[in-house]
Write a protein that binds this ligand. Sequence first.
Ligand code: FES
Ligand code: FES
Length: 209
Amino acid sequence: MKPETDAVHDGPGVSRRNFLGGGLVAAAVTPLLTGQAEAEAAEAASASATDGGGQATVRAVVNGDPVTLRVDPRATLLDTLRERLDLKGTKKGCDRGQCGACTVHVDGRRVLSCLTLAASTSGRAVTTIEGLADGDRLHPVQQAFLDHDGLQCGFCTPGQIMSAVAMLDDERSPRSDDEIRERMSGNICRCSAYPRIVDAIRDAQQVMR
Ligand code: FES
Ligand code: FES
């Protein structure tokens, strides 16, 4: 099932050197694109200035850092974050919009980075799991996942946390455990840590009120 995502981006710890350095080399990221991604690629290619080599220039804010990057117009945000910016906290599960492991925020709204083109994030703020904490102080949702042991292997956890943060930041906060489960249904946990994930989100909601 597809997560209740709204958009795609944002996060801290971005290495501007890597960002700019990566832009000097033709992007080698050529993911298997879905029809949606291909359509976005065509749109991004037409909307973005591309150079003679067919690269698009993206200027975005990632985890609070302004970054400029030349990308293949077909590159996904997920691959760009992981391979160009070395932000590996965002996980690649299905790579086709079905598991939620790749959830990040774009302009504060959750999106599936595997279905989002990096070129489409120009002028926007992208936040990844690396950008959630305030220095040494974890975000309340991160802390709640630790307190409730809301994970087993941990592979789905960054996506779960990013999705939960966007849901709790939404003006329509969930009013029941059932609603939490429904609105988190796009984030799959193969370890079935769901009961403790719900416990963690419910407690974080109290802290964030
Ligand atoms: S939904 Fe993006 S990796 Fe599964
Ligand atoms: S903790 Fe293993 S997939 Fe969720």
